[in-house]
Design a protein around this ligand. Structure first.
Ligand code: CA
Length: 227
């Protein structure tokens, strides 16, 4: 899942960036409402984690403007202890969930995963493709009865590909799912991730094809055909 964290507390933001990327989330960070606005207008996210106490604008005003623009990205608001009014207003303005500071990382991850699942209501939670099984709730892949061992970037790439299985995904769109904006990854870094994934998918009955001009596509393996 690709996330936008809008949070001005540097320590909290740094901790979340480290912890969530370890868990396979791809995270961009904005320290104020203005930066968040630039990011939501230029990138698409699976969810936003929004602190309400921002230095330039109240988080709820930012959220109201986001919804007024027709942006329906799921938003989880972070509220202070006891701020009942913020929670009620937030939910009525269009927040999808809230969490009270301080919170446990496991709870944030569980709520974000639930938001991602709600956003995909029409999709299956478990996808079987070739010999590969993807559980979108736990974001894990199984191959032939055992867990496929993937790095966070490989997992992000393969998740994006399996959700669009059978259809090409632009190289730039795939890179956006894998690298955050601060990443110093060059334009070809995604090729390295795909190269490693291809090796791990040997025997999975699926493969990542290169579709000239259109990017990559996860498709069923046809024996005897070359990638
Ligand atoms: Ca704050």
């Amino acid at each position: 899942m690709r996330l936008l964290l809008v949070e001005d507390e540097t320590d909290l933001a740094d901790w979340l960036k480290r912890a969530l990327s370890q868990s396979g989330f791809v995270l961009d960070h904005a320290a104020d409402a203005r930066a968040a606005r630039v990011l939501t207008s230029t990138s698409s996210y699976d969810a936003v984690v929004l602190d309400l106490g921002l230095p330039d604008t109240h988080g709820l005003i930012w959220l109201r403007d986001l919804r007024a623009e027709g942006n329906s990205t799921p938003v989880l608001i972070l509220t202070a202890q006891g701020a009942l009014e913020d929670r009620v207003r937030g939910l009525s303005i269009g927040a999808d969930d809230y969490l009270t500071k301080p919170f446990a990382l496991a709870e944030l991850e569980a709520r974000l995963t639930a938001l991602g699942r709600r956003a995909r209501t029409t999709r299956d939670a478990v996808i079987e493709f070739g010999a590969l099984t993807f559980d979108s709730d736990t974001r894990t892949f199984m191959l032939g009865g055992s867990m496929l061992n993937l790095t966070p970037r490989e997992r992000a790439a393969l998740s994006a590909l399996i959700l669009r299985r059978g259809q090409p995904l632009l190289k730039s769109a795939l890179a956006q799912k894998v690298f955050n904006l601060e990443s110093d990854a060059g334009p070809d870094a995604i090729e390295v991730v795909v190269h490693r994934l291809r090796k791990k998918l040997v025997g999975a009955g699926v493969r990542i094809s290169t579709v000239r001009g259109l990017g990559y596509m996860l498709e069923r393996d046809v024996p005897g055909r070359k990638a």
